[in-house]
Design a protein around this ligand. Structure first.
Ligand code: EPZ
Length: 419
């Protein structure tokens, strides 16, 4: 297993953001809705993407992935089971269920196990597909769905934590081939859903209202191949905003779409940063010498993203005061608290709240990465900490960041990957 060895760094220059992992994953699954060739550009080179490619190959697709472009064709065999050994390593593959069912009338996908950020229920996915007329059986760790033909319906998809991104994706994809009209109420408004809807419309789907809480779909008979560019990864861009804040380094973040980051840029400004955006979709951030504390509550888009909670907690660990972080999406998503405290942070977690008492300095330590975004938080803390930090199990980071240490090194960071 690899580790990162990191020393305190001050950075400068510009970084280019890769395509969005969370847009690419459901869009790759959407190619199951057609047998024609699909071309997808600006796909980040990540282990999660490679797992989704493997799952689609098991399901009968032939995929070529080079220079961030995916070309997806259909081979002969038409399997319909996404195997546990692959799905267990990447929960997002559950979003193969909807398109598989809609196209092949049956689907069998392993249930995503729980993970470090909390249980990953799929009740909304199942409810939505049953409302479209699927017979669903959940047994020995698999979700099996059958449907001769899906029928459009008005479906309420809100859960105890608000909207669900991948449940919205699953139901949206299934509805494109269902008979009649489907209305998805309390749909997720994330930009990744908007990118998926654009892909589906290019395939011939009839969709209105994407990126709003009410999406209307008119079913069509078949969908064809198409070509699409994946949107920039707003979470990677937000991660580099946190890098700038934690190392007191002015940065230019290129190929990011600032419109996806309003809540994040507002938090950074409250912490004292000045931020400009350019029409060539660059974000220029100039952090303050000392960070102000700020209260952050994670919410569904356009609220502050839960996927940036850990990274901003790392920054606030060195703010001049006390910050309150409220995690409303995954109340257990605090694995990074213990590791940050080992670096000298003073964070108290109670339930979905974390009280962060800013300290003058953090101190390097040997810390353990746990989930993808917590690992990024530890790298950020290490870049701003005295002495040496070692982040173990960086395979977590490779799941969601395309060569993050290369990008950081180019900015002048003292970081190296060791076996
Ligand atoms: C997506 O996961 C992202 N993953 C996650 O990013 C992100 O944290 C999450 O959305 C929230 O923004 C991908 O897009 C691949 P949800 P998803 O369904 O769709 C509850 C990362 O780091 N819920 O929007 O699985 C759920 O427990 C990953 O890139 C139900 O109750 O998340 C959570 O509390 C981590 N029932 C809330 O809804 C369901 O059927 C939001 O989850 C589904 C979800």
């Amino acid at each position: 297993m690899d580790k990162f060895v990191i020393h305190k760094s001050s950075l400068k220059g510009s970084v280019e953001i890769s395509g969005s992992k969370n847009a690419a994953l459901p869009i790759i699954a959407a190619t199951l809705l057609t047998d024609e060739e699909c071309k997808i550009h600006n796909v980040p080179c990540l282990s999660d993407i490679k797992i989704m490619i493997k799952i689609l190959e098991v399901l009968g697709k032939e995929i070529n992935f080079e220079k961030n472009t995916l070309v997806i064709k259909t081979k002969k065999k038409k399997n319909y089971t996404a195997p546990y050994r692959l799905v267990k390593t990447m929960r997002a593959s559950f979003c193969c269920l909807g398109p598989l069912l809609a196209k092949r009338k049956k689907a069998k996908v392993s249930l995503p196990g729980g993970c470090i950020i909390g249980t990953r229920p799929v009740d909304l996915h199942i409810k939505g597909l049953e409302e479209l007329g699927a017979q669903i059986r959940v047994e020995n760790g698999y979700c099996e769905a059958k449907a001769k033909n899906l029928k459009g319906k008005r479906i309420y998809l809100g859960g105890p934590f608000g909207s669900s991104v991948l449940a919205t994706a699953n139901i949206l994809m299934a509805a494109t081939l269902a008979e009649g009209e489907t209305f998805i109420e309390y749909a997720a408004c994330e930009p990744e859903i908007e990118n998926l809807a654009l892909f589906l419309k290019k395939m011939g789907a009839n969709i209105e209202g994407e990126a709003t809480p009410l999406i209307k779909v008119k079913g069509v008979k078949t969908l064809g191949g198409c070509e699409l560019e994946i949107i920039p990864d707003r979470i990677e861009a937000g991660t580099f905003i946190a890098v700038s804040l934690a190392t007191n380094s002015p940065l230019e973040i290129k190929k990011a779409n600032p419109d996806y980051l309003t809540s994040v840029m507002e938090a950074a400004k409250k912490m004292g940063a000045s931020i400009d955006v350019s029409k060539e979709s660059s974000i220029f951030i100039k952090p303050p010498r000392n960070l102000n504390p700020v209260n952050i509550t994670t919410l569904p888009y356009p609220g502050f993203p839960t996927d940036l909670q850990a990274q901003f907690m790392a920054c606030l660990s060195k703010a001049a005061g006390v910050s309150l972080i409220t995690e409303k999406i995954y109340p257990d998503r605090f694995m990074h608290v213990a590791e940050l405290n080992r670096m000298g942070a003073l964070i108290q977690r109670t339930g979905p709240y974390a009280i962060v008492e800013g300290r003058q300095n953090l101190y390097g330590a040997e810390v353990m990465a746990s989930d993808l975004r917590a690992s990024a938080a530890l790298v950020i803390a290490g870049l701003g900490a005295e002495r040496k930090t070692q982040v173990l199990r960086v395979y977590h980071i490779d799941r969601g960041y395309d060569r993050i240490e290369e990008k950081l090194k180019k900015l002048g960071a003292k970081i190296k990957r060791e076996k």
